[in-house]
Design a protein around this ligand. Structure first.
Ligand code: PLP
Length: 461
């Protein structure tokens, strides 16, 4: 299978290149030329375990570049550290069903893709005999999931920058208590944006980047989407066993549009999804484009669901490519308008096409807190991101909705305490984490100092 750029100006890539390069060379995102159609095979997939379902769904995307035995082992290894045997269990409430995606090592749904991506990186790098040094900046969730995805892996070192003292103590410890030799945490004086600026400067220094084989694990890697397709199938099958004649609707708390885009791809692959509820917090650029057709960047606001505090939703470009019927030139035009004016507009027909698939909703802080409190009274504690999706489902016209629970409540305990007055139960994985030994290198907000931290570490290998 070939992967093409949404902007149409770079050569098609194979699967291995797509994984290792992450982004297309023309600045676009890589997507499969066409998606496999599973609509005639759904019955044969319904009884499979999560891991076996993942293998079947991945084969056509990998297209023989890894033999099936190797791929099977990578999948099995990726989910062995999940603490629930179903990997992503579905729990039925009235009127919603909740899909728990937080049973991985860092208690957030990003583990599902990043555990697999780490194993895949290791395999591809070793068979090519090359190294990769991952550099990233994080405000919390992504950094810890990425670190846990590559810890101890041969051929990979990860340098993760975070703003010193500006992320929650639990999130900081989830990163800095990983003591594997290939993990380097760097605490930068300043804000997340300052850390992000240093990472961008490192990537823009092409000589430094090439010399040190720097790579990224950002959310635009196709494999992250591919791995997330699985739980849409898995959950839909379980839902249909209980409600055979009921349409399948998902509600997805959305930031970068990666998670919900995976649901959209599952639908294209023949899974009968009636609607995808696209739930945002007060950072509502996607809500606005799906209701008015105007995609317009505004200031990012800090909310109690910080992993959705995003203004540019990178993965939306992948969906746009379909919306303009694969005319890459039209994607380029829209992205140029976004770059120069900070906005673009969809046509009336495109807006109709969007709304056929997505049901947009915007949920504010008060609604989020009320939803956490209400579920707490029912005896089930949810995190603020999950609450945004549930609130969106409950105010939608759909009778029964599968709501994605994207993080464990203990990870965002401040919001939970605010809503319920109670401290959420700490899962075993986090117990005692604040007292565990940790390792972190401090750095001034200084590109040169970060460069020497990287150079020193790599020359010692
Ligand atoms: C990343 C994240 C989201 C948003 O997912 P996208 O793929 O960026 O839309 C929602 N909830 C949590 C807990 C996250 O970490």
């Amino acid at each position: 299978m070939k992967y093409v750029s949404t902007r149409g100006l770079s050569e098609p890539r194979d699967f291995t290149q797509t994984v290792l390069e992450g982004m297309a060379r023309d600045g676009g995102l890589l997507i499969p030329e066409s998606v496999p159609d599973f609509s005639g095979q759904l019955d044969g997939l319904k009884e499979l375990s999560y891991q076996d379902l993942a293998k079947q769904l991945f084969y056509p995307f990998v297209d023989g570049e890894l033999d099936n035995t190797t791929l099977n082992q990578l999948v099995d290894r990726s989910y062995q550290h999940f603490t629930h045997k179903s990997i992503t269990p579905l729990r039925f409430f009235e009127p919603v069903a909740i899909l728990e995606l937080f049973h991985g090592p860092t208690l957030a749904f990003k583990d599902i893709a990043l555990q697999f991506l780490g194993n895949l990186f290791e395999n591809l790098l070793n068979s090519k005999g090359v190294r990769l040094n991952i550099v990233g900046a994080t405000s919390g969730d992504t950094g810890s999931a990425a670190i846990h995805g590559v810890r101890g892996k041969a051929g990979i070192t990860i340098f993760m920058l975070h703003p010193k003292g500006k992320i929650s103590p639990i999130q900081e410890k989830q990163m800095t208590t990983v003591l594997d030799d290939n993990v380097v945490n760097i605490a930068i004086e300043g804000t997340f944006d300052d850390a992000q600026r240093i990472v961008k400067a490192l990537f823009n220094d092409l000589a430094f980047k090439d010399q040190h084989a720097l790579g990224a694990v950002n959310s635009i890697n196709w494999v992250r989407v591919m791995a997330q397709i699985v739980y849409y199938f898995y959950a839909a099958f379980q839902f249909q066993k209980k409600f055979p004649s009921h349409p399948v609707v998902f509600s997805v708390p959305t930031g970068n549009f990666g998670d919900i885009y995976a649901g959209y791809v599952a639908r294209k692959m023949g899974l009968p999804i009636e609607k995808l509820i696209m739930a945002t917090n007060e950072n509502d650029i996607l809500y606005r484009v799906m209701t008015t057709g105007q995609y317009k960047i505004q200031e990012v606001r800090s909310t109690i669901s910080p992993s959705m505090d995003i203004q540019i939703s990178s993965n939306f470009e992948r969906f746009l490519f379909d919306l303009v019927h694969h005319e890459a030139e039209d994607v380029r035009t829209l992205m140029e308008q976004l770059g120069s004016n900070g906005e673009f507009a969809l046509s009336q027909q495109q807006l109709v096409d969007v709304q056929r698939i997505f049901h947009p909703a915007r949920i504010n802080t008060e609604q989020t807190l009320r939803t956490i409190a209400r579920y707490h009274q029912k005896g089930y504690t949810i995190d603020p991101h999950t609450a945004v999706g549930i609130a969106a489902a409950e105010q939608s016209p759909f009778e029964r909705v599968i709501c994605l629970a994207t993080a464990h409540p203990a990870k965002f305990n401040e919001a939970v305490i605010r809503a319920t007055g109670k401290v959420p139960e700490i899962p075993a994985l986090l117990a005692g984490i604040l007292d565990k030994p940790s390792r972190c290198t401090n750095s001034k907000q200084d590109l040169q100092q970060v460069k020497s931290i990287i150079t020193e570490k790599l020359s010692a290998q």
